[in-house]
Design a protein around this ligand. Sequence first.
Ligand code: ZN
Length: 498
Amino acid sequence: MNEALSRLKEMDTEIQHLSHIEALLSWDQETGLPPLAVEERSRQLSLIAGLLHDRITAEQAGELLAKIPAPEGLPDADRAFVREFARRYDRKTRVPKKLVVELARQGALSQNRWVEARSASDFSIFAPSLEAVVSLVREMASALGWEEQAYDPLLDEYEPYMKTQELERIFAAFLPRLKGLVARIAAAGREPDTAFLSRSFPLALQEKFGRQVLEAMGYDFRRGRLDVSAHPFTTKLGNADVRLTTRYNPEYFNSGIFGTIHEGGHGIYEQGAGAGQGDTLLADGASMGMHESQSRLYENVIGRSLPFWKYFYPRLRELFPAALKDVDLKTFYRGINAVRPSLIRVEADEVTYNLHIVLRFNLEKALLEGSLAVRDLPEAWNQQSAELLGLMPPGDAEGVLQDIHWCWGAIGYFPTYTLGNLYSAQLYAAMQRDLPDLEKEVAKGNLEIVRAWLAEKIHKAGRLYPAGELCLRATGEELDPAYFMDYLEAKYSEIYGS
Ligand code: ZN
């Protein structure tokens, strides 16, 4: 058995190396690829993807796994290693290669149609492609297998071990409170001043400030770097190489700085996840939701808090005297936290953001179950938008066509954004219990206290435990959306006096 385990670990190390090479090629594609190299690069990437698939699904891996029949007897880390290796092997071998290739092909095609449809604001251009994608995703769900709901195996791709029913229970538990809060904010009639956020913020200075904040957060630039890309992301090229990208808008303050802080949260998690778990599949985030909790904890709970800006605002003002000289700390704080239901998810504030997710979750589940036809999607979208956000999209571009995720068949992904918000508030509450001086320290610019707590409670475990268990170990309780609602209600009743 020991021999089988060490052979599996050798196989896994090679899989890790290959996937880091793949990540390097993708990072390069997003940050600096010459325009004429696109086609060559996509052939290189599909070669690596094929090699990876063959390694992960190798018959030998199955034979070795069969020789480790009772992982219960193993130490924690080995047991988790076997569990995660088997999970990956199982999921990849269940889906026929033909289906994977077809979904990738259809995904690329459908992305082109989506771009076309979005610029014409006409869903009917995209509908046939989306129909093909949804039917392939249904096949994928059957190949993976499910007992309760067809959505289960898809959600499991992004939020391992979580069931749809549990997600529904969690969403149902916070939605009425969230709607109540949004209504109270709207009724308060206090519109924070946000005009100053659209003044001139030169790019080079935004980058300088972003780097200062990342340094303070404890993102390790000796094992990482920050670049610019069209869509911000974080990628791991190895335990000593975790890279961030961001984008800056010289006429809108929020996108650059909060995007940078958000990716910094992901990056710090990845840098810490390697610390305890070597170069194995365990040196990774526990789930997409847990990953998103780290980015959102830094971006929203810390990065949009008054203590954080007590320290950083004077520094920011020094860099942008023209834009901020007549804006005091209170006005700035209220401005970056303005709540306003809007049509576009990526522009939403931290309160109404979750309504956008509930909308997508409802629709993708209905699509998958077959209770909603693709051709009826725009109408269903608009109906949900009116019901949840009180807004009717003027056209498909501002409604059903705004996100790219469904082009690739990434159904089951959206809920992890809200899970991230929920986890972040619960983790922060536990952090406050453990560290009574937390806010005082943050107001002094001490963000290391935050990183150290997260490193100990979340990062170093990597994938040792499923996200739900990790939450239980870190906070003493299972995921409870009441923490998120308590956090929002306390913060926004103070800002809006509601
Ligand atoms: Zn993120």
